[in-house]
Design a protein around this ligand. Structure first.
Ligand SMILES: Nc1ncnc2c1ncn2[C@@H]1O[C@H](COP(=O)(O)OP(=O)(O)OP(=O)(O)O)[C@@H](O)[C@H]1O
Ligand SMILES: [Mg+2]
Length: 214
């Protein structure tokens, strides 16, 4: 489903180059949930953004469903992402002027589809049913996180990429989220998730350790 091959990425700042990923390869197969772990700053978010088609690597390839993402033009890639890739960002990236419900509905609106029933189901699953009209600023951090996850799941993407999706959740909510991700993966999709949560060992098929290049 997801094939990352020999990906390298460096950031340059003030004439200095920071090598973050170096010839990194990994795969996520259909039906599986793979966790990525590693120290803060080792490149987990960079990897996730590259996998999402949002950050072009310096070299190497990223394929989702055998489509090389960075060979597509910008617009084509955006369409492909909307259809096949769900992303939960570490900082959520919710639209501040839209309600929780509208945020979850957003990918369907972009695709010109109706999804009111699916939105209600997801809000119920993640305990957000009484918070639909709240703007992100009127939600707790954990509620924002679950809103971002519901938004990423709405279109039933082929692959879900989630950056620390349980970081701000209490035990009960973390279990709900991990259970949902696990079921989603088994149900013929795939999940790549960055997490420090020790509970992921119970649900992940594999854990990939990322280390600092220097
Ligand atoms: N746009 C950028 N410009 C320069 N350096 C960057 C940029 N983005 C990330 N970095 C650097 O690249 C490294 C990897 O960043 P990244 O966000 O991928 O880490 P991470 O593993 O997700 O960390 P955390 O666990 O804290 O979220 C960090 O040292 C960071 O400072
Ligand atoms: Mg990160």
């Amino acid at each position: 489903m997801l094939k990352i091959k020999n990906v390298s990425k460096a950031f340059s700042r003030k004439g200095e180059s920071i090598q973050v990923l170096e010839n990194f390869s990994m795969e996520v197969e259909v039906g599986s949930l793979v966790a990525v772990q590693g120290a803060s700053g080792c490149g987990k978010t960079t990897l996730l953004l590259a996998a999402a088609g949002l950050l072009c690597p310096d070299s190497g390839t990223v394929e989702v469903m055998d489509v090389p993402l960075y060979s597509l033009g910008g617009e084509e890639r955006a369409l492909f992402r909307n259809k096949h890739i769900g992303v939960v960002f570490q900082q959520f990236h919710l639209m501040p002027y839209l309600s929780a419900k509208e945020n979850i509905l957003l990918p369907a609106m972009v695709a010109g589809q109706k999804a009111d029933g699916a939105v209600l189901e997801l809000m119920e699953e993640f305990g957000l049913e009484s918070r639909g009209d709240h703007k992100p600023a009127e939600l707790s951090t954990g509620e924002r996180q679950r809103t971002a996850l519901a938004r990423a799941l709405l279109m039933k993407p082929s692959i879900l990429l989630a950056d620390e999706p349980t970081a701000n959740l209490d035990r009960a909510n973390a279990e709900i989220v991990l259970g949902a991700l696990s079921r989603f993966a088994r149900d013929g999709h795939a999940v790549l998730m960055v997490s420090h949560d020790p509970r992921i060992s119970g649900v992940a098929d594999r854990t990939v350790q990322l280390s600092r290049t220097k």
